[in-house]
Design a protein around this ligand. Structure first.
Ligand code: ZN
Length: 505
């Protein structure tokens, strides 16, 4: 049996190398490729994914996998091997059930969907996208039918991003969060009229070279390994891992604004530390993959919000920021800087949202896509539903479809089931951070002294090194002693913003 597993490993490594090649091309496309290269690059990518797909479903691969699966209950495998067999089997079962014809139909619908969405957004007219979106929803429902589910068809889609997490659990957690957030935001908004914190202090003239230097210093201090990583620029910041020994992050700089690059650097470095914390020797197995999209996001959000927007972090970094940009920060106290950094400003656009309102943007999207897939609402009613929810949750109405229902790319790509990962990331992060603070009593002091290695080592031990050995719920059990709850995040938010906005209990 051992030999059979190493035969599987060899094949998995081949597939992983092909994935590395595709990742490298994807990175190149975002960071370096001239626009003219797009059409041929799309063909190269399609060819490579075809090769990977064929390898995965080849007769000898499937025979080997089936043999191993039959014996996987026999305790002949260690945890990592068993997890790998389980993970690959699950993917295989899913792939096998989805007809090739469907995959082609879906690819065409996504391509048409994106074109229609771009056009509709430019014109700010939802009706120009409604027809294509209806097709995409229909296809997503069919996909769920192929994959199979017990309760909600949305379960099947959610599982693609958050293995073994169910729609009903997410609905309950997000309902609790919503019931806390809406009245709490009301209090914050009332207080905000007096306090008037804003991001204005981050606007001005900030030479790019100095910004880059500062961002590199932050990433280094957080523990980013430059020998196994790179830092570049792209329109939309992102992180990719070719493999654990080549992890790349990007950010975007603007001379007029110093906030965006800093906060996105901390976020992406959080993602990168996860990837660099995965053990290279597991390349090709489940242990070399992240546990889920939400767990990945938890690592970026933990660093971005719990660390990067904390007093401690800035106690350490603010003197340096003041030194690099004496204008305007020389004349602004640490406390004022911190308060403005955490300003809560409700707006219609998700990607511009603060730490607090961001969650309501996601809850709104989750509810809509769940109801669409479950068939309880119709595509044609989306603008009205979207605007009503925005009014109820954030107290404002989008001016038009472009800044409302048409703002996100996800649905035009058929990406139903992805939105919850953003908010689950916040919930995982708060629970992990609460546990870390409990186990390391002086964590806040350490951070204020610029000692991030204790937190990083804790995350390495509890999260990074396990890869996909556990599904997200099991991982949380192992790391924190209980399954995911929204209460940690609620407590974190309540304490932080009651302090900033001086709310009465
Ligand atoms: Zn992220």
């Amino acid at each position: 049996m051992k030999n059979n597993f190493s035969a599987l490993r060899t094949k998995l490594k081949e597939i992983a190398h092909l994935n590395t090649a595709m990742t490298a091309l994807m990175w190149d496309q975002e960071v370096k490729m001239p626009l003219g290269g797009a059409a041929r690059r799309a063909e190269t990518m399609a060819t490579l994914s075809g090769v990977t797909h064929d390898k995965f479903l080849s007769t000898d691969f499937v025979t080997l996998l089936t043999e191993l699966k039959k014996n996987s209950g026999a305790k002949k495998f260690d945890q990592g091997q068993a997890a790998t067999i389980k993970d690959i089997w699950k993917t295989y079962e899913r792939e096998k059930r989805i007809p090739k014809k469907f995959i082609e139909d879906e690819a065409r619908a996504i391509s048409a969907g994106q074109t229609a969405w771009q056009h509709a957004r430019k014109q700010s007219k939802f009706s120009l996208f409604a027809g294509e979106l209806t097709k995409l929803v229909e296809l997503a429902r069919r996909k769920a039918d192929y994959i199979g589910f017990r309760h909600s068809p949305y379960d099947a889609l959610l599982d693609l991003f958050e293995p073994e997490v169910r729609t009903q659990e997410v609905s309950i957690m997000l309902d609790e969060l919503k019931k806390f957030l809406i009245p709490f935001l009301g209090k914050v908004f009332a207080a905000a009229k007096k306090e008037n914190f804003s991001h204005d202090i981050f606007s001005g003239n900030f030479p790019l070279e100095t910004q880059k230097k500062f961002n590199r210093e932050i990433a280094t201090k957080m523990g980013f390994d430059w020998h196994r990583g790179r830092f570049d620029e792209s329109t939309h910041p992102f992180t990719v891992a070719f493999h654990p020994e080549d992890v790349r992050i990007t950010t975007r700089y603007s001379q007029a604004d110093v906030f965006y690059s800093i906060i996105s650097t901390v976020h992406e470095t959080g993602h990168a530390l996860y990837e660099q914390g995965i053990e290279p020797r597991h390349f090709g197995t489940a242990l070399a993959q992240p546990a889920s999209y939400g767990i990945h996001e938890s690592q970026s959000k933990l660093w971005e919000n719990m660390v990067g927007r904390s007093t401690g972090f800035w106690k350490y970094f603010y003197p340096r920021l003041q030194e690099l940009f004496p204008e305007p920060f020389g004349g602004i106290s640490l406390q004022d800087f911190y308060n403005n950094l955490n300003a809560v400003i409700p707006g219609p656009i998700r990607t511009e949202a603060d730490e607090l309102t961001f969650n309501l943007h996601i809850i709104l999207r989750f509810e809509i896509e769940r109801d669409l897939i479950e068939g309880t609402i119709a595509v044609r009613d989306l603008p009205e539903i979207w605007n009503a929810k925005t009014k109820e949750y954030l107290g404002l109405t989008p001016k038009n479809d472009a800044e409302g229902v048409l703002q996100d790319i996800h649905w035009s790509q058929g990406g139903f089931g992805y939105f919850p990962s953003y908010i689950l990331g916040n919930l995982y992060a708060a629970q992990l951070y609460a546990r870390a603070s409990q186990e390391m009593q002086n964590l806040e002091t350490e951070i204020a002294l610029g000692h991030f290695e204790h937190l990083l080592n804790w995350l390495r031990k509890k999260v990074h090194r396990h890869g996909k050995k556990y599904d997200p719920q099991e991982l949380m059990m192992q790391a924190t002693g209980e399954g995911l709850r929204s209460s940690y995040f609620i407590r974190y938010i309540e304490k932080k913003y009651a302090d900033i906005y001086q709310l009465k209990p």
